[in-house]
Design a binder for this molecule. Structure first.
Ligand code: PLP
Length: 483
């Protein structure tokens, strides 16, 4: 049995029958996973599902407990997560008429001779046409061009099944088991699971309102060397923070000084039309950009992109320095050998491509061919424009219904971070929302490392139809005010 919802049903039965009583503590997730012979990540999903159903509450540092309140109705007990009436947890936007647009662009792919090609395998570097199409898309969105902000070279692009696989591939090739990767102290939850699977420790780094503090990065690296930094500088999920241009420059200086590679996750960045250039523009020789089509288009037929750092020319031999009494150490950028061979194979690209291959993380050729058609036919640009407008509309609903609460949001973003009014705690509020048929994500899902998780929830605005979203926001505001 590997469906986490069925396992959650079994625990729910134990609670309903009294075998597990209010206040009982569930075993730690790892012990639960061992006992049920499931992966720790599946155990995590079982526990999240039980929180969602309002049956248990998780207390950071203490464990997970059966709720003292009477369990909710039988319907809630049996309901799978995907059938939650209003899902503010899953966050994939879909536009009206999207399927027609996508389908029309796919028609030429279905010709037998074209399909024969589209169903072959594809290497991690995809096809020349796919690399050109994606390079042009990213350059358009990042103000790229001859004198533009960022314009990736087509031969630096690799393809994965989705952005999560690009993150996994990048981290697997940059860090060994036992390694340490710096991240924002609140981060995309799946990065936590990916790191656990790779036996990599995530090191939370403090931020201020401009982004990660370079001093926090330097201190963490000095304590024990980091192997990489994973960041979301634009529309950070969950807080919506966009790192300022000044801080991007400071971070670029810091990673260069420390010799660290950076994984820049830009899956949500397409929404922002006036963010500073990607971190990759500030530290091109060490930044791996993660992006993909799952948010721009759809998660069920998507590809992820992993843009490799630009090769740095080998430094010219330096004249011998004249010895002086006191030598100040000068930070030296770590040189990367110039690109050679097939696309995506130079500058460490061969290693990354091999990691993607051996991890089973390369894109399917059909998805790649579909992506090429959608990009070349302008379908992606149209969906991007529609989704930007849609996100702005949904943010206006939040501004209207959650007025007066401490909500961190960006008018370009598809989520908001709601710091709950006391005495609410994130897990009990999540349970209260679930009782009202609304799935939200508690702050603990995003928190890295020990320490109290914030009493905040993330509301994903993308998936629910706007009238349902508005009703859910009204219900949640009411619950937050009156308990
Ligand atoms: C920050 C971030 N990165 C990556 C992903 C995953 O993208 P994909 O579905 O392409 O794997 C998400 C999905 O929500 C995300 O929020």
């Amino acid at each position: 049995m590997n469906d986490y919802r069925r396992i959650a049903d079994l625990v729910a039965e134990d609670i309903a029958s009294g075998r597990l009583r209010p206040g009982d503590r569930l075993p730690p997730q790892r012990a639960f996973a061992r006992r049920r012979r499931i992966a720790p990540s599946t155990a995590g999903r079982v526990y999240a599902e039980l929180v969602r159903r309002g049956l248990v509450v998780g207390e950071v540092g203490r464990g997970t407990f059966v709720r003292a309140a009477p369990p909710p109705s039988g319907r809630a007990l049996a309901e799978p997560a995907t059938a939650a009436p209003v899902n503010l947890e899953l966050n994939y936007p879909v536009m009206d008429g999207q399927s027609e647009l996508l389908g029309n662009a796919l028609t030429p792919l279905l010709r037998p001779d074209v399909l024969a090609d589209a169903t072959r395998t594809a290497p991690a570097a995809g096809t020349p046409r796919a690399r050109e199409a994606v390079a042009a898309l990213l350059a358009r969105e990042c103000g790229g061009g001859q004198s533009g902000a960022w314009s990736p070279a087509p031969d630096r692009i690799l393809f994965t099944g989705n952005a999560r696989q690009a993150i996994a591939g990048a981290l697997a090739s940059l860090s060994r088991p036992g390694g340490r990767v710096g991240v924002e102290s609140l981060t995309y939850p799946l990065v936590k699971e990916i790191a656990e699977r790779l036996s990599v420790t995530l090191v939370p780094l403090a931020s201020d309102e401009e982004g990660i503090l370079p001093a926090a990065l330097e201190t963490a690296h000095r304590r024990a060397p980091l192997s990489a930094l994973y960041v979301q500088p634009t529309l950070h999920n969950p807080t919506s923070l966009t790192t300022t241009g000044r801080r991007r420059q400071e971070l670029a200086d810091a990673v260069r000084h420390l010799g660290l590679p950076v994984v820049e996750d830009r899956i949500w960045s397409f929404l922002h039309t006036d963010a500073p250039p990607p971190l990759a523009a500030y530290a091109p020789e060490r930044t791996y950009v993660v992006d993909g089509l799952s948010k721009r288009v759809a998660p069920g037929l998507t590809v992820g992109f992993l843009v490799l750092p630009m090769p740095m020319p080998m430094p010219m031999p330096m004249p011998m320095p004249v010895p002086t009494a006191v030598q100040t150490p000068v930070p030296v950028p770590v040189p990367v050998p110039a690109s050679a061979g097939a696309p995506g194979t130079g500058s460490g690209g061969g290693h990354v491509a091999a990691t993607l291959r051996s991890g089973g993380w390369t894109a399917s050729r059909f998805a790649l061919e579909a992506a090429v058609r959608w990009i070349e036919d302008g379908v992606v640009d149209r969906l991007v424009a529609a989704k930007r407008a849609d996100a702005a509309r949904r943010q206006r609903l939040v501004a209207e219904h959650l007025d007066g609460f401490a909500v961190r949001a960006d008018p370009y973003g598809y989520y908001v971070w709601w710091e709950l009014p006391p005495p609410w705690r994130a897990d009990t509020f999540t349970a209260a929302a679930a009782e009202r048929g609304i799935a939200v994500t508690p702050g603990s899902a995003f928190a890295v490392g020990p320490g109290a998780a914030p009493d905040a929830v993330r509301l994903g605005l993308a998936s629910a139809p706007p009238p349902d979203l508005a009703a859910a926001l009204r219900t949640l505001a009411e619950a937050a005010r009156h308990g």
